[in-house]
Write a protein that binds this ligand. Structure first.
Ligand code: ATP
Ligand code: MG
Length: 1085
């Protein structure tokens, strides 16, 4: 398990010293070593009293999590390890609870982490201040203003990939509860020269790259832009891509932030249109053109770009074109127009681009302010956060560095003032004697620069406004005259020529000895940059734009408001704004964050001592520590002090009853700390030397160890004793239980033994009694037995005697009985014989009588009646049957099939016989009616029946037709009549036949020789008659074959003749058809 670390002071687990005030000995080396040691242990924050030194880690550290926020929330400044959150919390609580306006001054050189620090402060305050929908919106807007301003005001430089190119001061406003209400942002001196030119390895402002990478095709088309960076002269190409920076994604973030801050869509778009116009301005190029009068003139090379800019901004192309070619100077009533040569045209173009961009930036700040400004008019508490460029010393330092360093000089001054003031106030508050602290006051340098009569800025303004030729050289000359004697001013041309031999000081330069070091400024460009001129023609052209935003950016272009007075110079503007800022800061309670850059490589873990040393020097940090330590190095309220060190003294340990102050007094007396080492304030103890504090800490540490041992000792003792007591108690309980158990067991044993013995004795006694009783019983039984035996013997003897007696008597009786018996039997036999004889006589007599009687009466017995009745009944039934039959007789027609039903089963055969006889009889009757001729015909029919019945299909239909024999009325034929007389034989049948030709199977009536193949309608009759005639004549039976199919030899062919059912159409004549060689079909109708 991780050891829980409970911190009560920054002195706990300190790496190096957390507060430089405690550094011993104090010098540059120890200072840097301490910073390095802490930096190596990822402790990037170190205090100098209430000032926070922050060393840029160049890597993300896990020290800004929400848990950390909670850890630092509502804790005293020195309670935890140094952290930017501790300072933020202190400032916020002091604002909320003590109603003191706060300002947080963040300084340091480029890349030291100022902007990051300012964001950390804002996010911490946002996290700990009030919550709620409205408040959250305000917070969100305040936080989201950062990405917007960073996009337009930050750029990649060699020092920092996200370098702020403007100074920023933001007032966050709170209500009485500490809830944020809104904010106001002020911006200082945007580095606008960057718009038109960037040093090597640096980029233009982020927004240009973000727009080209992140905008949709549609937006690009609308803005008439191309995605390719190389198309634009104002974009430096060698470092257009920054490692780890996604411009496209950032563009989306910025658009989103703009939306949150409150930019309308059309506003955002017109902002981007201005950005596009600036980019495109860079692409306008000029070429020289000589005029007749010898004046140089310039001409725009390619007007396409100009045209697009004009379309984008809604400016008349000719107006803008003219503005790039002419310059109008107005003085009093006069208006003089001069042409611009190529260089002037380029100057004008760049001036326009710079002005357009810087004014857009100021407009943005104002627009954001509009959104984030507090909505109420109630009194507000204010926390200002100043993120301003730090002191800059480059190889070539120009007007910008001069201005920036002036600003830092002022900040240093206010730092000194406020720190000392605060220190002094604390001493007064705590009623401690104030000792004077010697320190370097840079007011003299500030004076050198800003003095209204002979300050450098005043000189420069004077030069700029002076009529006649004005150059940077004339300005330097003037400086040489005025400032030559100033301690902090050096120049080669200064009157006393002290520096003539100083080769490090070239011509056209001056050097100022700033509080942070000497800086050499190149005088070139000072006048121009201070003038910050934009030709009036251009501002007027801009004012004419239909693009409302652009128009609003150039109010001076309005001809109605022509102001012949020169606009204030850049220097004087800056001086004024710095003065306002200083005034503002002076009313607030300052909190300092001093940012230090550990290396030039933007790399983590590298601590370049020389670089840090330089920064420490010009930030005056050692000075800072000295000031802080001038009086007393360390101070602490009495309560926490007593709480921390009370274990060092018996009286105060473990509890001090009484005021904390007297407790601390007792404690310090006891520890014999020299009186001059400390001082008692009203609420705090002041310790002069860190040594004393460390001594106290050492003692505390040692004492804590002792105390730990003590606690350990007591705890162990307590633990052992508790354990022992517990064991003892347990032992008693166990012993008691064991004894009880043992006794119980013994008792049980004794009890069971007693029971066993008892039972044995009882058994033994019982058995003894039993034995005795058994003996007694046996004796009794023996007596009885003996008596019984005796009585038995006596009885048997008597019995024997009586039996003897009885036997004797019995024998007599038996013998007598036998005798009587045989006598009786003999008598019985005789009697039986006699009875039998008598009986036999009686029986014979009876039989005889019976026979006689039966013979006489047999005829009267019923036995004969049955037969008679039977016969009678039978007779009656038969009689009835016949009578009924008589009435029911069927007709005499032989074909009548009717026959009455049989009435009695027994008459079945009779009934059938009767039917047969009747049938035969009626047939005979029928036959008897026939004439001889009819008989003959029937005989023939009978013959036909025998021949054809069931053989010929034609037969049944022929039965009904009587045989006629003569069909042709041949008797009437005269030929026949003649013939009849000649021959005896009579005609049997006369009929027309079809003869079928043997040769071809065709039918014909003409006969020819050979076998006959006839066809006739009266086949059966004909065949029968043929049969009969043959039989009667020859006494031989004719062989008749009946068939529908037969084979016939036609000449040489064997032909099958087949009779089939024919069509009625052909009448009654059969038709023959030769189907093929082998088949002859005869269709019979
Ligand atoms: N506390 C920090 N933790 C992690 N990284 C940091 C921290 N502070 C600064 N940095 C890193 O250093 C870089 C530079 O910091 P920042 O932009 O704040 O510098 P600056 O002091 O504002 O510089 P300039 O004056 O150029 O604006 C940041 O982009 C970031 O990468
Ligand atoms: Mg910055």
């Amino acid at each position: 398990m991780a050891k829980m670390e409970v911190k009560t002071s920054l002195l706990d687990n300190m790496i190096g010293v957390g507060d430089m005030v405690l550094l011993e000995p104090l010098n540059e080396e120890t200072f840097i070593n301490n910073l390095k040691k802490r930096f190596d242990h990822s402790e990037i924050y170190t205090y100098i009293g209430s000032v926070v030194i922050s060393v840029n880690p160049y890597r993300s550290l896990p020290i800004y999590s929400p848990e950390k926020v909670e850890e630092y929330r509502n804790r005293n400044f020195y309670e935890l390890s140094p952290h930017i959150f501790a300072l933020s919390d202190e400032a916020y609580r002091s604002l909320r609870d003590q109603d003191k306006d706060q300002c947080i001054l963040i300084t340091g050189e480029s890349g030291a982490g100022k902007t990051e620090a300012s964001k950390l402060v804002m996010s911490y305050v946002a996290a700990v201040c009030g919550k709620g929908a409205e408040v959250n919106q305000v917070k969100e807007q305040l936080l989201q203003s950062n990405p917007v301003l960073e996009a337009f005001g930050n750029a990649k430089t060699v020092r920092n990939d996200n370098s702020s190119r403007f100074g920023k001061y933001m007032d966050i406003e709170f209500d009485f509860k500490g809830d944020p209400l809104g904010g106001v942002i002020s911006n200082y001196l945007l580095e606008k020269s960057r718009v038109v030119k960037q040093p090597r390895g640096e980029r233009n402002f982020h927004v240009f790259y973000q727009l080209l990478s992140g905008a949709s095709e549609e937006l690009l088309n609308k803005l008439k832009l191309e995605r390719d960076f190389s198309r634009y002269n104002y974009l430096s190409l060698d470092s257009a891509k920054v490692n780890g920076v996604d411009d496209a994604a950032n563009f989306r973030t910025v658009r989103n932030a703009m939306q949150i801050v409150g930019f309308m869509d059309h506003e955002a778009e017109s902002v981007l249109a201005v950005v596009a116009a600036v980019l495109k301005l860079g692409n306008i190029e000029f070429k020289p053109e000589s005029r007749v009068n010898g004046l140089d003139e310039s001409k725009i090379k390619d007007k396409n770009e100009l045209k697009e800019i004009c379309e984008l901004t809604g400016i008349d192309q000719s107006v803008l074109e003219r503005a790039f070619s002419f310059r109008t100077v107005e003085a009093k009533q006069e208006k003089v127009s001069t042409t611009l040569n190529v260089a002037q045209a380029y100057y004008a173009r760049d001036a326009l681009a710079k002005n357009l961009y810087s004014r857009l930036f100021s407009w943005l700040v104002n627009r954001i302010n509009e959104s984030i400004k507090a909505q109420t008019k109630v009194r507000k508490k204010v926390m200002g956060v100043l993120d301003i460029y730090g002191f800059e010393i480059f190889e070539d330092n120009s007007f910008e560095q001069f201005i920036i360093n002036y600003c830092n000089e002022k900040l240093q001054q206010i730092f000194i003032e406020l720190t000392l003031k605060e220190e002094q106030e604390e001493y007064i508050r705590e009623d401690i004697e104030w000792t004077h602290i010697d320190y370097f006051n840079n007011a003299i340098i500030c004076d050198l620069i800003e003095n209204n009569t002979n300050g450098i800025l005043a000189m420069l303004d004077e030069e700029c406004l002076r009529p006649g030729t004005v150059t940077d050289e004339t300005f330097l000359e003037k400086l040489n005259q005025v400032c030559a004697t100033h301690q902090h001013f050096e120049s080669r041309m200064s009157k006393c020529s002290r520096f003539l031999n100083d080769t490090s000081l070239p011509h056209s330069c001056f050097r100022i000895q700033h509080y942070a070091g000497k800086v050499l400024y190149q005088v070139e460009g000072f006048v121009d940059k201070n003038n910050d001129l934009l030709y009036r023609d251009l501002s007027q052209a801009m004012w004419k734009a239909s693009h409302t935003l652009i128009k609003s950016l150039f109010p001076e272009g309005n001809p109605a408001k022509i102001n012949l007075k020169r606009p204030p110079t850049a220097g004087s503007q800056f001086k004024a704004s710095v003065a306002t800022l200083m005034k503002n800061l002076q009313t607030k309670n300052p909190n300092y964050i001093r940012c230090i850059k550990p290396n030039d490589k933007k790399a983590a873990h590298i601590f370049n001592e020389a670089l840090v040393c330089h920064q420490i020097r010009y930030l005056g940090l050692l000075e800072n520590v000295r000031v802080r330590r001038a009086g007393y190095a360390f101070r602490q309220a009495y309560e926490p002090c007593l709480e921390r060190y009370k274990m060092l003294c018996k009286q105060t340990w473990p509890h001090w009853k009484g005021p904390a102050r007297s407790g601390v007094e007792v404690l310090f007396n006891e520890l014999e700390i020299p009186v001059e080492e400390y001082s008692f304030g009203r609420s705090k103890i002041f310790i002069r030397n860190p040594r004393t504090l460390f001594k106290l800490e050492d003692l505390r540490k040692q004492r804590l160890e002792d105390l730990a041992t003590l606690i350990q000792k007591i705890y162990r003792g307590w633990k052992c004793r508790t354990h022992f007591l517990l064991m003892k108690k347990s032992q008693v309980v166990i012993a008691a239980w064991f004894r009880r158990y043992a006794q119980q067991k013994r008792y049980q044993q004794t009890k069971s033994s007693a029971l066993v013995i008892q039972s044995y004795i009882r058994g033994w006694k019982a058995r003894k009694i039993l034995r005795e009783l058994k003996h007694q019983k046996r004796c009794k039984e023996a007596v009885t037995t003996i008596a019984a035996y005796w009585h038995g013997t006596q009885a048997r003897r008597e019995l024997r005697r009586l039996k003897e007696e009885a036997r004797n008597k019995h024998a007599i009786a038996v013998i007598w009985a036998y005798w009587l018996g045989s006598k009786a039997r003999r008598e019985l036999k005789r009697l039986k014989e006699e009875a039998r004889r008598k009986h036999a006589v009686a029986v014979i007599w009876a039989y005889w009588l019976g026979l006689k009687v039966r013979r006489e009466y047999r005829k009267f017995f019923r036995a004969n009646a049955g037969k008679k009745i039977y016969e009678f009944t039978l007779q009656r039934i038969v009689q009835k049957y016949f009578l009924e039959m008589k009435n029911k007789m069927p007709s005499l027609s032989p074909i009548d099939k009717n026959w009455p039903s049989r009435p009695y089963l027994f008459l079945d055969s009779t009934h059938k016989e009767l039917k047969r006889i009747f049938h035969l009889w009626r047939c005979k009757k029928y036959r008897d009616q026939f004439t001889d001729q009819q008989k003959l015909i029937y005989e023939e029919k009978l013959e036909a029946s025998e021949l054809f019945k069931d053989k010929k299909a034609l037969y049944p239909s022929s039965v009904g037709q009587p045989f006629q024999g003569a069909y042709l009325e041949i008797n009437k034929n005269p030929k026949y009549k003649k013939l009849k007389d000649a021959i005896e034989e009579k005609i049997i049948i006369a009929e027309v036949v079809n003869k079928i030709n043997r040769a071809n199977g065709k039918g014909s009536e003409a006969a020819s020789k050979g076998d006959f193949l006839f066809s006739s309608d009266h086949l059966i009759e004909m065949a029968t008659k043929l049969y009969r005639t043959t039989l009667s004549q020859t006494k031989q039976k004719l062989n008749i074959e009946i068939s529908d199919e037969f084979l016939v030899q036609f000449r040489q062919d064997k032909v099958c003749v087949k009779f089939i059912q024919g069509n009625q159409k052909n009448g009654s004549v059969p038709t023959c058809k030769r189907k093929n060689n082998r088949l002859l079909e005869v269709a019979v109708p």
